[in-house]
Design a protein around this ligand. Structure first.
Ligand code: GLY
Ligand code: MN
Ligand code: MN
Length: 447
């Protein structure tokens, strides 16, 4: 990845005289001296490739020199990071350190993070605008107030103080939304590892197993492939549990005759895979399960077809909602006229989430969905998930019992290309997705 180019591209979008600060984040204590696993902030990873906690990247867009339109050619990238400390490193692991950071990370200069409060006012006095993430306003505001107050006390000595604080998210997240060819290649790999995990889960599925065992099969495969962690908490939801959208307890025993819904993705080089797959625990769909599954699959295909450059983002949701509504009328689960039911969004009772989201370093990746109140259009380089679902819990008095206790979601990761799209989760490795493919696969491959 060309991190220096990313920093350069970002700085070109900021006005002259800007300083941007990006924090990697801090370790969070779980209890006493035990920390939660640390994962650096995605903005910070995107701009540095560096993953240690307690680091701050400072980007400086140089001022246009007075009376000329000549700009100093070289913007500055500085890093404040943890200094080398043999004793700490014996306990907690190696640190890159201040001395090696410039060469390793291709930045201009590095200091100890312990010096940030002393040095920050010195570079802020040369800035007109300061940029940082308003998503992390609470973390920055106290510090920023101290630095600016200190500068304010020195104005009689001729010191100048920045006059505006700005949200970096708007600029940086728009940049992150468009994936470079290298990012796309890494996302293909994240998708492939995620597919491998889902295949391992299918192999381990049988009546009597527990949801956590299926979770373990999938995550084992991710880790075998070198993925350091899941991209989000794995959902392994058998039977009616699939109707709980963010179910992560994963404790229930798998029953013969039920479906299982798995929503899981590997993180690979920082990037997320995100796949949902639903299939019968005993390898064979019942008739009602088959009807509902085919409907969701048809909705997903309609939605994927809508992912084309130039098409508005919300078209994929409209496409899947329409297919789902038509199907629910045919199955006599919804009653009424199509137009009226669509107008009332009657499908929301059984399909209550959107059809997808941006995907990248974060599973629910950054980037705006609307611009000036209008849904934006797909453009090449964007990656989106396509994941319609149907969820019919037990106990609904007005719904036939044959449909109850069934939750289905089918999710793939789709790249917008110049001419259409590429389904990243359907590379060399792919999941069986039709009823016939799934039943055949389960017969042949199950442990
Ligand atoms: N796995 C989270 C989602 O699909 O949005
Ligand atoms: Mn998703
Ligand atoms: Mn998902």
């Amino acid at each position: 990845m060309n991190f220096a180019q990313r920093r350069q591209d970002l700085l070109e979008k900021l006005p002259a005289g800007s300083v941007a600060l990006i924090h990697s984040g801090e370790e969070q204590i779980r209890n006493r001296d035990v920390e939660y696993p640390f994962r650096a902030d995605s903005d910070f990873i995107y701009l540095t490739g560096f993953t240690e906690p307690d680091s701050v990247l400072v980007l400086v867009r140089t001022e246009v020199l007075a009376d000329t339109d000549y700009e100093q050619p070289h913007h500055q990238a500085w890093l404040f990071c943890r200094p080398k400390d043999p004793e700490q490193e014996t306990w907690q692991g190696k640190r890159l350190g201040v001395e090696d950071a410039p060469a390793q990370l291709n930045i201009d200069q590095a200091w100890s993070i312990d010096d940030l409060d002393e040095i920050a006012p010195q570079f802020l006095t040369h800035a007109k605008q300061v940029y940082f993430s308003f998503g992390h306003l609470a973390e920055w505001s106290g510090r920023m107030a101290d630095w600016l107050s200190e500068l304010k006390t020195q104005v009689r000595k001729g010191v100048t103080v920045p006059t505006s604080l700005n949200d970096l998210d708007t600029v940086l997240h728009e940049q992150r939304l468009f994936k470079s060819p290298q990012e796309i290649e890494v996302m293909r790999q994240a998708a492939q590892i995620s597919v491998a995990g889902h295949l391992a889960a299918m192999r381990a599925t049988r009546p009597g197993a527990y949801e956590y065992q299926i979770q373990s099969a999938i995550e084992h495969e991710f880790r075998l492939a070198g993925s350091p962690r899941v991209a989000f908490n794995t959902i392994a939801a058998a039977g009616e549990n699939a109707c709980i959208l963010h179910y992560t307890e994963n404790q229930t025993q798998l029953q013969d005759g039920d479906l299982i819904l798995l929503d899981a993705g590997a993180e690979w080089q920082g990037y997320a895979g995100d796949i949902s797959h639903t299939y019968p625990i005993n390898g064979r769909f019942s008739e009602p399960q088959k009807h509902l599954y085919n409907l969701v699959l048809k909705a997903q295909q309609a939605a994927i077809n809508a992912v084309q450059p130039g098409q508005p983002y919300n078209l994929m949701h409209q496409a899947s909602a329409e297919v789902i509504t038509i199907g629910l009328i045919e199955l006599e689960i919804l009653h009424g006229e199509l137009d009226e039911l669509l107008e009332k969004e009657a499908f929301k009772r059984f399909f209550m989430h959107g059809t997808g989201h941006w995907l990248g370093l974060d599973v629910h990746d950054v980037g705006r969905y609307k611009i000036n109140g209008e849904w934006r259009s797909f453009e090449p380089g964007m990656v989106v998930t396509v994941e319609p679902g149907l969820y019919i819990p037990k106990g609904l008095k007005d719904i036939e019992t044959q449909w109850q206790g069934i939750g289905i979601r089918i999710e793939d990761d789709v790249l917008v290309t110049e001419n259409g799209h590429e389904i990243l989760t359907q590379g060399a490795l792919r999941l069986p997705r039709t009823v016939e493919e799934i039943e055949q696969w389960m017969q042949t491959n199950r442990i």
